[in-house]
Design a protein around this ligand. Structure first.
Ligand code: CAA
Length: 283
């Protein structure tokens, strides 16, 4: 019988994570708050699977098999046989802490509990747990089906067993685990967010127009997307939240979100998902 994994949170990251586990043969319990959020998540998953089919990384038969291995649930009792619980809910300390505590109450003692946080310190998220030895961070990158690395974030309390089990699972996904300590912003966002923020400051100060700034990064650094295009792709609210979180941890003013980023978020211009950020998008 296929090993079972639970993913809590049927949002953009949660459904991407669900897709990659299904793709390598796991049975996945996707847990959401209610039927509406689960239905939306299932729709998002089907759209992403169609893209994978178009790109040739998946065929129709595999897709059918994957959907047979997917179970939607809003009942935590259903996670009890999972070897790994992946938390992928909103990037908010209180919400995540609550979900993790709930998950611990239902899941077996030997299962790994992992968070997909992009910037909240692991030791803070683990505070509400009774057994922090099997708790760690597995930070997937967006778009999950395409991006190879996973930041494997461990605290002083994470056991060697949990680390080794998590590495085996990441190997099975065909992704690359990068061991990272519980450092503010970990590695990805510690580097990426100041880069994006600096690009926004350059735009704000009139150093170049948005296309110019993005072209320099694409042609000059061989990045697939420029920093402003990437910020829109990630979500400007997400970028701001990450900057705020790193600033709160470090107190270093270089992590203060730029005025332009803060105003765009305030105006509800969040990038691709809202139809407008630095660029405009068809919804
Ligand atoms: N399954 C599902 N979707 C797939 C797929 C697959 N196997 N393969 C491709 N796709 C999707 C792509 O995501 C893209 O989606 P959208 O329509 O939503 O843009 C679409 O299919 C087209 O893909 P293509 O490969 O044809 O297009 P492309 O060559 O333009 O590549 C891209 C798109 C992969 C997003 C590329 O532009 C890229 O690599 N961009 C940079 C992404 C990046 O830097 N991500 C890291 C963000 S930081 C992060 O994640 C950390 C954090 O905490 C914020």
């Amino acid at each position: 019988m296929a090993d079972e994994i639970s993913v809590i949170g049927p949002g953009h990251m949660g459904t991407g994570i669900t897709q990659v586990f299904l793709q390598v043969g796991y049975k996945v319990i996707l847990v959401g708050r209610n039927k509406e959020s689960l239905d939306k998540g299932a729709e998002r998953l089907r759209t992403s699977m169609s893209k994978a089919i178009k790109k040739g990384s998946l065929n129709e038969r595999e897709a059918e098999h994957m959907l047979n291995n997917l179970h939607l649930s809003s009942d935590y009792h259903d996670i009890e046989n999972s070897i790994l619980v992946m938390e992928a809910v909103s990037e908010n300390l209180d919400i995540k802490t609550d979900v993790l505590k709930n998950a611990e109450a239902y899941v077996g003692n030997n299962s790994i509990i992992a968070t997909n946080t992009s910037s909240i310190p692991i030791h803070k998220l683990g505070n509400g747990l009774k057994n922090r030895k099997r708790f760690l961070g597995m930070h997937f990158f967006n778009p999950v089906p395409v991006m190879k690395p996973i930041e494997l974030i461990v605290s002083d309390e994470t056991s060697e067993q949990a680390i080794s089990d998590a590495k085996k699972i990441i190997d099975k996904l065909g992704k690359t685990a990068v061991m990272v300590n519980d450092y503010p912003g970990f590695i990805a966002n510690r580097i990426l967010m100041p880069f994006i923020n600096e690009a926004i400051i350059a735009l704000e100060k009139g150093a170049a127009d948005k296309e110019g700034i993005d072209t320099i990064a694409k042609l000059g650094f061989n990045h697939p997307m420029g920093p402003l295009e990437l910020a829109d792709f990630i979500g400007l609210d997400v970028c701001k939240d990450i900057m705020d979180s790193i600033y709160a941890e470090t107190g270093n003013p270089k992590f203060i979100p730029s005025d332009m980023l803060a105003s765009l978020v305030k105006e509800g211009k969040l990038g691709r998902k809202s139809g407008e950020g630095f660029y405009t998008y068809e919804k």
